[in-house]
Every structure is written in C-alpha cells, then in structure tokens.
Design a protein around this ligand. Structure first.
Ligand code: HEC
Length: 237
C-alpha cells in the first residue's frame, strides 16, 4: 500500500466511522439476542426431539467399517489414495498444517488494498483451487467403498462372493491382499494359494494360531459362505 492509497483508505474509514454505530452496545446487543435464540432452539430441539444414542460399542466386532464424519472425508480420501507410508505423514498432516499456517499469515503476506476478487487474481485463484480440491476429495471420499472392500485387485466373477465374505469378516484388520488391508500382524494373503493349498487354508480358518480368531462358527452356521471364502482364497495364486 503506498502513501496515496493509505491516505485514501484512512479518509474513507473516517467517513464510514462517522456514519456507523458504535460496536458497544449495538452489535453486542444484536449478537447476544441471536446467541440466545440459537441456544433456545437447541434446548427446545433437545427436549422435543431428544438426542440419538447409537448402538453400544462392541469391542469384539470384526465387521465394523470405520468412516469419518463428512467434513473429514477430504482427509480420509487423502489417506486412502496415498499409499507410500513415507509420505503419508507429510501429505495428511504436513500439507494441511502448512495451508492453515499460510491462511493465518495471509493478512501479513498480502497487503494488497484491492478488494474486488478480479483485481486479486492470485488470491482468488488460490481460494478457488483450494475449494475445488477439497470438494473433489470430499466427494471422492464419500463415494469410496468402505475400507473393508477389496478394490486393488480384480476378482473373477465366480469368486466375487468369497471376496465379499472376506471383506465383511474383518480379515483385513490383520491381512493384506493387494493394496487393501493392514500389513500385519497376519501374513500377506495376495498369493496365499501359491504356498498354502485350499484344504490347509480351510484348516487355518477353523483352527488358527493366535492371535487369529477362529472362524469355525462361520463354517458351522454358514458353510456356503465359508466355502466361498475358501474358494476365493484358493484362487489367489
Ligand atoms: C486378529 C488378526 C487376524 C484376523 C482378524 C485374521 N487373521 Fe488370518 N492370520 C493372522 C495371523 C497372525 C496369522 C499367522 C498365524 C501363524 O503364523 O500361524 C494368520 C494366518 C492366516 C492364514 C495362513 C497363512 C499362511 O501363510 O499360512 C490364512 C489363510 C488366514 N490367516 C486367513 C484369514 C482370513 C480369511 C481371515 C478372515 C476371515 C483372517 N485370516 C483373519 C491374524 C489374523
């Protein structure tokens, strides 16, 4: 801002200040009334509608698919698409933090007195790009399959049902197939059938070594699903 612009700004500011009303009590009163109305609406809604309580947390569940609230979908999606562990930290914590710090520093960096968006091409473009990027990531995150689904390998049609059983049984909490699931504590199952024959896979499911839980109950209660699961694993050569 040069001297002439500063002079003009101060003059405008002085005139506007003369026309306006003081912050106290006018704006304070308005804000207080609105705050009371909002509070009242919340109180009335909690009395009339009540607060919903979800089902009780079940620490033994194996089929729970964790998903964030919608406003964290963009971070969720970032975490989902960024695979190399070395850059996960910088991409999901580093970059958003740098953006936040830049946003806080913006008034100090950008001293441009212009207010019209078209006269501030860099700021306008940066803002639009950020909004678009976050909107895109939010939508991608919202339509992404649950983390339990197998999306990194193509499963032949006849094994799709078995893959669905695998995805729904919590196996990926401990095993990895392709790029899906955790790297441990269980071994990678991407090519399990190359080393372990199908009957041995079935035996492992029924009678595993700890910490792997037994899936004998699945075999008893739903032998069809159990066999589909074993067929699917038996196809991973
Ligand atoms: C709590 C973690 C955990 C869960 C959940 C789990 N596993 Fe395992 N799994 C393991 C571990 C650990 C081993 C290795 C055990 C061993 O070496 O004897 C293993 C071994 C296996 C093996 C044998 C691998 C080999 O190379 O011999 C197969 C097959 C297998 N799991 C399939 C499954 C399937 C299918 C599911 C889901 C229905 C599942 N696991 C769920 C932890 C788990």
């Amino acid at each position: 801002m040069n001297a002439v612009e500063k002079e003009r700004y101060l003059r405008e500011y002085y005139i506007l200040k003369g026309q306006g009303k003081p912050f106290f009590p006018y704006a304070v009163l308005k804000d207080s009334v609105m705050a009371c109305i909002v509070l009242l609406v919340i109180i009335v809604m909690s009395i009339v509608l009540g607060a919903e309580l979800g089902p009780k947390a079940d620490p033994t569940t194996t089929s729970y698919t964790p998903r964030p609230e919608w406003y964290f979908f963009f971070l969720f999606e970032l975490l989902r698409v960024i695979k190399p562990p070395a850059i996960v930290f910088i991409a999901t914590i580093g970059v958003p933090t740098i953006c936040m710090v830049l946003l806080i520093l913006l008034p100090f960096i950008d001293r441009n007195p212009e207010r019209h968006p078209l006269r501030r091409p860099v700021a306008t473009l940066a803002g639009i790009t950020t909004i678009c990027a976050m909107a895109f990531l939010t939508i991608e995150g919202a339509i992404a399959g649950a983390p339990g689904q197998l999306s990194s390998i193509s499963v032949p049609t006849q094994y799709k049902k078995g893959a669905a059983v695998f995805a729904a049984s919590g196996c990926q909490g401990c095993h990895r197939i392709g790029d899906d699931g955790n790297a441990g504590p269980g071994p990678n199952l991407t090519h399990i059938a190359a080393t372990v024959p199908k009957p041995a896979i079935a035996r492992t499911l029924v009678n595993p070594t700890a910490p792997m839980p037994s899936f004998a109950r699945l075999q008893q209660q739903n032998p069809k699903q159990f066999n589909e699961l074993v067929d699917f694993l038996g196809s991973l050569k």
